[in-house]
Design a protein around this ligand. Structure first.
Ligand code: NAI
Length: 454
């Protein structure tokens, strides 16, 4: 039996950052991870997809650049090489996490952890042959792909005809045709990669629009950008999988689409099964561990950060939650502001959001103005995207003169959402923000242009 101040179960962004920060705060920490440090984000999510999408972007630029005076003779896309590069990037970042743990003297245990209750000495966690006892416990077990009860899906997953994003990210041969079930974030990012590099992709979405809460006009721009390489079947719930196709319903009619491969991306769910939560009486709600704004569960000393609490399944939310949990342990008050968490859809063009929309702010009874401007107002945007249809929407509270939200589609949106989020988070008045100097020429000047419309 080994004693620690803190036991962290799960080595993804929530877990490893928690371990690092707690160790920096003077706690003796053990981090228990059954697979790889870095979790879903580093190994089968954020980082691998962005590695692939960057190759797709280079390919698109090389093959669609005639208007820019660049004519490629014979541009070849080597998907297997892309997958190999992805492996190197992931490995390097995972090693980086391991080094950070070592540098901060965090004990890392590569076993599945299972809570085994509590004694007078502390919380007990079993991992392999060992038992660990800790004063505090952080649950950071992440999420897993939701597999809906669609007839034929289990069999299709078993045969390899249907895959989740995890398997697809390792598939070295490009399928000729790919059906994507679910036009949410995972479905769209994977669809954009495969459609950009030669696969014919069909996105089958149950709802009348793709990308969940994303602005409908932005969704139309994305659909338009991929119209030659992708089909979108909207309002088409998938009903069944056959040995070589997907059956969906369209206007009450049964339709079947034959394809080489199927991606299942209809959501993710918190991963808490078999964790032993019942031994401590930790409260859950539909599988998600219930937490307050300090990441505390109903059991004093037990915290839950990241996807397993089901609040916002994003790596950067997990980071912030990890910091808040550790600060709570150290007696430093802090809390997560869930309404100021940026979200990004890494399609081309990129979509990024933070804070309120005009509609959500008005629903809160606020008196707001929405400024909408085409990205073309920014000189650099035009220099790089003559035909680009990007735009920004800035939502401002007209009573307090504070920026409440920002929504963008266009190049660099994923990076430009950060200054916008700073404006929302710091609640600086618009008059103060107008005094900021933006570099010229930069696409970010669009934010300054929007501020000056007030
Ligand atoms: P999602 O919830 O974003 O999208 C799932 C989609 O599947 C929905 O549009 C839903 O209407 C549709 N659907 C459900 N059942 C269906 C059926 N039978 N037939 C057709 N369509 C059906 O879930 P997704 O894409 O799997 O992503 C899961 C989580 O991963 C997200 O919550 C997100 O937080 C995270 N993520 C974030 C990324 C980012 O921030 N860039 C990238 C990838 C994942």
């Amino acid at each position: 039996m080994e004693r620690f101040d803190l036991i962290v179960i799960g080595g993804g962004p929530g877990g490893y950052l928690c371990a690092e920060r707690a160790a920096q705060g003077g706690l003796r920490v053990v981090l228990i991870e059954g697979k790889h440090l870095g979790g879903t984000c580093l190994n089968e999510g954020c980082i691998p997809t962005k590695t692939l999408l960057y190759s797709a972007k280079l390919y698109r630029h090389a093959t669609e650049s005639e208007d820019f005076g660049v004519i490629g003779e014979k541009v070849v896309f080597d998907h297997a090489k892309v997958i190999q590069r992805k492996g190197r990037v992931v490995k390097s970042l995972v090693n980086g996490v391991a080094s950070a743990m070592k540098a901060n003297k965090v004990t890392v245990v590569t076993e599945n952890g299972r809570i085994a209750g509590r004694t007078a000495e502390g919380f007990r966690v079993l991992a392999g042959e060992q038992e660990y006892v800790g004063d505090r416990l952080v649950l950071a077990t992440g999420s897993e792909t939701a597999i809906p009860p669609i007839p034929g899906l289990k069999e299709a997953l078993a045969s390899g005809f249907a895959v989740t994003n995890r398997e697809l990210l390792d598939c070295e041969k490009l399928p000729e045709t790919l059906a994507v079930i679910g036009g949410g974030v995972i479905g769209l990012e994977m669809a954009c990669y495969f459609a950009s590099v030669g696969t014919h992709v069909t996105v089958i979405e149950a709802l009348p629009k793709i990308a969940g809460p994303v602005d409908p006009e932005m969704c139309r721009i994305i659909m338009d950008a991929y119209k030659d390489a992708m089909d979108f079947k909207l309002s088409c719930p998938v009903k069944e999988l056959t040995a070589d196709g997907v059956v969906y319903e369209q206007d009450g009619q049964r339709q079947e689409l034959k394809c080489d491969m199927v991606l299942v991306s209809v959501g993710r769910k918190p991963f808490t099964a078999g964790l032993g939560l019942e031994t401590l009486g930790v409260e859950t709600d539909r599988g998600a561990i219930v937490t307050d704004r300090h990441m505390c569960t109903n059991v004093a000393g037990v915290y839950a950060v990241g996807d397993c609490n089901g609040k916002a399944m994003l790596a950067h939310t997990a980071y912030r939650e990890a910091e808040v949990a550790v600060r709570h342990m150290l007696g430093q008050p802090d809390e997560v502001r869930y309404n100021v968490i940026p979200t990004v859809l890494y399609t081309e063009p990129e979509v990024a959001d933070v804070g309120e929309t005009k509609e959500s702010a008005e629903a809160l009874g606020l008196h707001v103005k929405e400024i909408k401007l085409p990205m073309n107002y920014a000189g650099r945007y035009q220099a790089e995207n003559e035909k680009g249809k990007g735009f920004i929407k800035l939502v401002v509270d007209m009573d307090t003169h504070r920026v409440l939200g920002c929504h963008m589609i266009g190049s660099y949106a994923s990076e430009l959402i950060l200054p916008a989020a700073m404006m929302v988070d710091t609640e600086l008045p618009v008059e103060r923000l107008k005094k900021m100097v933006f570099p010229h020429p930069s696409v970010g000047e669009i934010i300054r242009e929007a501020l000056f419309q007030l």
